[in-house]
Design a protein around this ligand. Structure first.
Ligand code: PLP
Length: 379
């Protein structure tokens, strides 16, 4: 490259965002320090109401992180040993990990070649094949993932789920803010979980998560599970639960971030569109289903010579990351499930070619031009 190398490009820029909201965050945190309700304080309730309204669901139960959100959702559905849950292997490990934590068995289903989300046709086949094998496990639920910010194909998934009597838990940890057929993520299937890890589209300044449901009984159960399975009070325990609460401080941060969230989504969309126009023909750019609006948790591309491209980009100060280098069925942690290389060819092929480039609402055009130039020079 002939252009000068910029000193530092952020993969995700949280500093520019913080400058915008700093006063608001300071004011809200000072308020928490003043009232002193650090656990389940008024900000937690306000946040839950704000988020439920935002996604169009009756209930939002905030919690400690996205993994707990998924786990608590499974606990609320009484998922237990002897049950099978269908989920894609091309995702963050937490999606399947929570299934194992309940004692149930994750059953992997390959992804769609273009969206990288669970393939509905493959899902139906996987359920049929699984039932024919007569494993003795009861088929119970499906966890689709809104990977990189794009919602899965919920109409197709829910139709299949109904046919087999399964529940659908939406893993929207990367999807908050995305849309499918006019509805917001976290409103699909029976129950949804999201994460407020700092790097997610809506992130706090630590760990955080939330669960969404329209079902009053499930909502009550989740609130009990969140505080050690409490009944009338926390020293009355009616079920096994966890300590799954969101800190009041983090709720205060999220309330400040929600004030600019929609504007940030528009900025992300602009950055993504520009990337796709400029990178077309150089790498495989993200495919967005016409029914979907992505919240662009990641901007991920495919190339055959990924490792060489990534090291050239690194030499030019362009940060990149691989989400995800190894599909879950090939992880040591899942050896006992008995999968082998070749079982999920699409996931394996994408995992070998995919990498993500800087994506955040504050990526200016000059920096983006530099990143695109560096990619084109590295191919
Ligand atoms: C981040 C993530 C999670 C877990 O969220 P945490 O808040 O980190 O626990 C779960 N599933 C997916 C797909 C994720 O990207």
């Amino acid at each position: 490259m002939t252009t000068t190398i910029p000193p530092k490009i952020d993969f995700i820029d949280l500093k520019t965002q913080q400058k915008r909201i700093r006063e608001n965050v300071d004011r809200r945190i000072a308020k928490v320090l003043d009232h002193g309700s650090y656990i389940l304080g008024p900000e937690v309730k306000e946040l839950e109401e704000t988020l439920a309204r935002y996604v169009g669901m009756k209930h939002c139960v905030s919690c400690g992180n996205g993994t707990d959100a998924l786990l608590m959702a499974l606990m609320a559905y009484d998922v237990k040993p002897g049950e099978a849950i269908f989920t894609p292997p091309f995702t963050f490990v937490a999606t399947a990990e929570v299934v194992s934590l309940t004692g149930a068995t994750p059953v992997f289903v390959d992804i769609d070649e273009r969206t990288y989300n669970i393939d509905p046709a493959g899902l139906e086949k996987a359920i049929e094949t699984f039932l024919e094998k007569k494993t003795g496990l009861r088929v119970r639920g499906i966890i689709p993932v809104d990977l990189f910010g794009q919602p899965a194909d919920y109409d197709a998934i829910v139709t299949i789920a109904k046919r087999y009597g399964l529940f659908v838990l939406e893993d929207a940890a990367q999807g908050f803010g995305g849309m499918y057929k006019g509805g917001k993520t976290c409103s699909f299937g029976d129950i949804a979980a999201t994460s407020f890890f700092p790097a997610k589209p809506l992130g706090c300044y630590g760990d955080g998560g939330a669960i969404f449901t329209n079902n009053d009984t499930v909502d009550e159960k989740l609130r009990s599970i969140r505080v050690h399975g409490q009944g009338v009070d926390k020293y009355d325990n009616v079920r096994i639960g966890i300590n799954g609460r969101l800190d009041t401080m983090q709720a205060a941060v999220l309330l400040a971030k929600m004030e600019i969230f929609d504007e940030e989504l528009k900025l992300r969309e602009k950055v993504a569109k520009r990337y796709s126009e400029m990178l077309k023909g150089s790498v495989v750019t993200p495919y967005v289903n016409p029914d979907c609006i992505s919240c662009w948790a990641q901007y991920s591309v495919l190339t055959d010579n990924r490792d060489a491209v990534m090291s050239k980009l690194k030499a030019n100060n362009v940060p990149t990351a691989i989400y995800y280098p190894k599909p879950l069925h090939l992880q040591d942690a899942y050896k006992d499930l008995g999968y082998k290389r070749g079982d999920f060819p699409v996931s394996e092929r994408i995992a070998a070619k995919v990498f993500s480039i800087p994506m955040h609402p504050y990526l200016d055009e000059a920096t983006q031009d530099y990143i695109v130039g560096a990619i084109k020079a590295s191919i």
